[in-house]
Design a protein around this ligand. Structure first.
Ligand SMILES: [Mn+2]
Length: 140
């Protein structure tokens, strides 16, 4: 099991590779706002745990295991953003809130949140009802 910090790196590396085709240590450092030496250390750790293969001058590639986990982590982040948006959380809080909770929920909880998001997405009326309750609560 990757640690929360390993998860942050894998998630970011997966996104960088999706978007640019590669992930350089400097890009990862910039995206995560950490020192490049921290990235090198973590990348070596991820290599040891078989999430990726890192060669100093050739860059890094995700293994099948790294791709699978990275994809799941990106899905989890996006699902939690959808969830918070859906329940009416203000956009200015969403990214930070997701970063704060994403590592601390079980995959069971993630899947149940997925059900709930689907429940609302399947019917616009359900979202409307929720907004009505929220409006009522605000008025009090
Ligand atoms: Mn995240």
């Amino acid at each position: 099991m990757p640690t929360p910090s390993m998860e942050d790196y894998l998630e970011r590396i997966y996104i960088l590779i999706e978007e640019k085709g590669y992930a350089r240590v400097s890009d990862i450092a910039e995206a995560l706002e950490v020192h490049p030496s921290s990235v090198t250390k973590m990348v070596q750790k991820l290599d040891k745990s078989d999430y990726l293969i890192y060669e100093r001058y050739r860059g890094l590639i995700l293994t099948a295991k790294g791709k699978k986990v990275g994809k799941r982590l990106v899905y989890r982040h996006e699902l939690l953003e959808d969830f918070l948006r859906l329940i009416g959380v203000d956009n200015t809080h969403i990214y930070r809130d997701v970063e704060g909770i994403e590592h601390h929920l079980s995959w069971d909880a993630i899947d149940r949140i997925g059900d709930l998001v689907q429940y609302f997405q399947e019917s616009e009326g359900r979202v409307k009802q929720l907004r009505e309750i929220q409006k009522r609560n605000e008025d009090h």
